[in-house]
Design a protein around this ligand. Structure first.
Ligand code: ADP
Ligand code: MG
Length: 223
């Protein structure tokens, strides 16, 4: 069974008189443990696509099933619970808390959504920091880390709750070429290690070639 199934999905934004067809009749499916990229120029619908899969937005038409749940029918509370249980997010701008250390940033989702013993929590945080190669930097604050290192911390934070699926909207947009490719390879290694499905977007050719499955969007349509 596919982890993500998207059937005839459209997302139309209505602003006053103007209609924008951000996605038009998209059908696709994404297997468990795959490493998938949505590519296309700015405005092609990548963010809209990831927001729909991530239960952050609803389609105007069509059906979206993630991990067996028909998420397009969820209300806000159900969406929030589903995101907490099943999804991890990595952002373009890293979005780490500046006043928390790398360790504390990774620990944060566990404190927020899982009531776990302190020792179990510590074990999970240290394990995932080690997996992303940031154990020796764990007490540093985001300001003291490079862009590539910050994104490694963000990858660890996305993985620490052991989600089925990690969504990353242009995770390398603020990185130099070498760090960008390294972060994507790190994500792929994490897929190998944890069987987590990764879906990311990019318009960088050097980054997209690291994906195993590529979906190209153009004006909201799959090409
Ligand atoms: P990408 O991430 O590929 O740059 P987006 O998914 O952000 O593309 O946008 C797709 C289209 O939808 C664009 O034309 C964009 O201007 C439009 N759009 C996105 N979000 C909104 C919104 N909240 N209201 C109106 N139009 C939007
Ligand atoms: Mg975008």
């Amino acid at each position: 069974m596919a982890l993500v199934q998207i059937d005839n999905v459209s997302r139309i934004y209505q602003t006053g008189e103007v209609q924008v067809k951000a996605l038009q009749d998209v059908t696709l499916s994404i297997d468990e443990a795959s490493f998938v990229s949505f590519v296309g120029p700015s405005g092609s619908g990548k963010t809209t696509m990831l927001n729909l899969i991530g239960c952050l937005d609803k389609p105007t038409q069509g059906k979206i099933v993630v991990d067996g749940a028909e998420v397009d029918g969820f209300d806000r509370r159900q969406s929030a619970a589903f995101r907490g249980d099943t999804l991890g997010f990595i952002f373009q701008a890293f979005n780490l808390f500046p006043v928390l250390t790398a360790y504390e940033n990774v620990e944060y989702p566990l404190v927020m959504i899982k009531n776990e013993s302190v020792s179990k929590r510590k074990e999970k945080v240290l394990n995932v920091l080690e997996s992303v190669g940031m154990l020796d930097q764990k007490d540093k604050f985001p300001d003291q880390l490079s862009g590539g290192q910050k994104q490694r911390v963000a990858v660890a934070r996305a993985l620490v709750t052991q989600p089925k699926l990690v969504l990353a909207d242009e995770p390398t947009a603020n990185l130099d070429k070498k760090s960008a490719v390294n972060v994507i390879r790190l994500m792929r290694n994490m897929r190998d290690e944890f069987n987590t499905t990764f879906i990311f977007s990019t318009h960088d050719p050097g980054v997209m070639k690291e994906a195993e499955v590529i979906y190209t969007l153009e004006d909201g349509r799959l090409v």
